[in-house]
Design a protein around this ligand. Sequence first.
Ligand code: DCS
Length: 280
Amino acid sequence: MNYVLYNDQIVTRDEVVISQEDRGYQLGDGVYEVVKVYDGKFFTAKEHIDRLYASADKIDLVIPYTKDVLHKLLHDLVEKNELGTGHVYFQVTRGVAPRNHIYPEPSVEAVLTANVTENPRPMANFENGVRVIVQEDIRWLRCDIKSISLLGAAMLKQKAHQAGCYEAILHRDGVVTECSSSNVLAIKDGVLYTHPATNLILNGITRQVILACADEIGLPVKEEAFRVEDIATMDELIVSSTTSEVTPIVEVDGVAVNGGTVGPWTRKLQQAFNAKVEAL
Ligand code: DCS
C-alpha cells in the first residue's frame, strides 16, 4: 500500500511533501471521504465523490478536478496498490497560504491526497454485534459537512474506546443524532427510525443504502429522531458506516438490547446489504 495520490499524481509515500502552512494541517480546513473496496471493486464510489464535492461546495472550496478525473485517479490508485478488500481515504484541503482564518485567493489550489488501506470486513462484529455508550454530542452544528476537523468526534470515540466499546451514540438535549463516526438506526414494532438528514448528522451513504434495503425487505422507514430514553425500548439498534456496514448493537451503557442478541430485521438488512456487495 505504498502508492498514494498527491494531487493528480500517483507517487510513493516518501515523495509527498505537505507544507506546514497547508490549511488542512493548521486549520483543519478541508473535506474528506472514505470509500469501501470489496475484492478490488468500489462500492458506491459515485455517491461518495458526489458528497465530497457537496461538502467542498458548502465551504466554498473548489476542487481542481472533475468528478470523473477524481474517480479515475482513485481507481488507478486501487489498482496500483493491488488492493483487495479495504478502503480508500481521500481528502482535499484549501491549499497552502500564510496562516489566516480568512480564505486565501481562489488562485491558491486545493491539495488532494489519497491512500488505501487493506482492511477485511469485520465479520465477527456483524455476527455478534457491538457494545456502545451514550454521550452528549459536543460537535459543531454542520455535521452534514464531512470536514477533516474531527477533534470532537475523536474525543467521543476515545471515550467509547476507554469504556471498552465500539462507538458512542450521541445526543443533543436528549435527541439522538448519530455516532462519532457512523450513523445509528433503530427498529421498533417493525418500523425503522433514524435521524433525518439535517445539519446535525452526516447523511451516511451506508445509511442511504440501508434505507433502500429496508424498502426492499418491506421494513417501513421513518426518518424521525428518537430520544435517549427511547433507546431502552427499541427492539433492534444498528450502527452504520462505510467500514461498519450493518453492525448490530447488542448493549448500550451496559444494558442489553433485544436480550443481547441480534434481531431478525437486522439480519434481513445485512442479507440485503450483502446482496448488493455480491452484485458488484
Ligand atoms: N456519521 C459520521 C460522523 C461519520 O464520520 C460517518 C463516516 C458516517 C456517519 C457514516 O457515513 P458513511 O456511511 O457514508 O460512511 N465516517 C467515515 C470515517 O471517518 N471512517 O469511515 C467512515
